[in-house]
Design a protein around this ligand. Sequence first.
Ligand SMILES: *Cc1c(COP(=O)(O)O)cnc(C)c1O
Length: 359
Amino acid sequence: MKSIYNFSAGPSMLPTCVLKQMQQELLVYGNAKASVMEISHRGPDFMQLAHKLEQDLRDLMSIPKNYKVLFLQGGASSQFSMVPINLLQGKTKANYANTGHWSKKAITEAQRYCKVNICTDSTDNNYTDIADFSAWNIDNNAAYLHYTPNETIAGLEFDYIPKVDMPLVIDMSSSILSHQIDVSKFGIIYAGAQKNIGISGVTIVIIRDDLIGKAMKNQPILFDYATQAKNDSMYNTPTTFAWYVASIVLEWLKKQGGLKTIEKINKNKAKKLYDTIDNSNYYTNLVAKRYRSRMNVPFLLADEKLNSLFLKQASDNNLIALKGHRSVGGMRASIYNAMPEEGIDSLIQFMHKFEKENG
Ligand SMILES: *Cc1c(COP(=O)(O)O)cnc(C)c1O
C-alpha cells in the first residue's frame, strides 16, 4: 500500500507503528486476558499502564517533582472553565492574551467567572502577528496570565515566554511535545490529546502543587484539581483507551530520541514547507515570519477558485485533509510529530507540480 499522508488539524494522524501496535494488541492486552477496553482501571494491568504513562511524560518533558500530572476528560475546552474556577482564588481579574480562535474561546468562558483583562489583542492583524511583550498591558492585580502558545487555526506560534509575577497558564493543545520547554516557568500547562499526544478523550494538565486546593466553592467536584490530584485522575472512570493510545505514542517518542530530536525534525519539516511557499509566486502564508507555526502551516493559492481542484488532486496523490479552516480559507497543512519528513516531501512535490500546471 502506498503511504497516505494525513494533514488533519485534529484529530490528526498517528504514527503507523502506533496503529499497528494497537491492532496487534486489540484483542488481548498483555497478560490481561481481555482487551485494554474491557479491564478495570483499578486492576494491575491498567495501573501499570497508568504509572508508565505518567513516568514517560515526566521523562520526556523533564517535569519537576513539584508538579502534578493529571489525565482528565472534557477536552482542552474543559480547562477554559477549570482554570478560572481553580486559579482565581478570591481575585476578580485575570489576564488573557487574545491571539486567535482558541484564545478567544478561553476568554469567553473566563468572562463567566471574572473580569478578563485582554493584555494583547491580535484581532486587528487577523491573528497573523503577535505584539512585542513590552507592548502588553498586564494587570498586576490579576490572578494569572493565560495564553495560547500555538494557535492551531491561524498557524501563529509564540517564540517567547511572557515574563510576569503571576502564574502563567498555557493551552498547549497543538504544540505540546513538539519541542523542549522549561516546565518550571509555568503554573499550568494543558492540552487535549488529539493533536500531538494520541486520540481525543484525554486532556493532560501539568500543574504546580501550590496552585491546587483553592477552587471556588459550589462548582462541580470533577472541576476541582484537588479532587483529581488526590485520586490520581481516577475519581471516576478515566478514558482508558485514550490513556492507552497516549502511552504508546509516548513510547514511540522516546524511541525517536525524545523532544530534543523531535524538535530538530519538526524545525526542518516546517522550514522545508515555508521555503517552498516563500520561493513560489503561487503560494502565500500571511503570518509574520517570526511567529510562523511549526505545527500548522496555512497557505493560500494565487487563485482561490482552484482550491477544490487542489484538494481533489492532492487527495488523488494520497495527501489528505489539507482544507484550510473556513475562517482563514485556502489550505492548512498540520504537521505534528507523527507526520514523517517523507510526507512533507511528497506535499512539496505535489505543490510544485500543481503550480507548474496552473500557475
Ligand atoms: C483543538 C484545540 C482546542 C480544543 O480542544 P478540545 O479537546 O476539542 O476541547 C483548544 N485549544 C487549542 C489550541 C486547540 O488546538
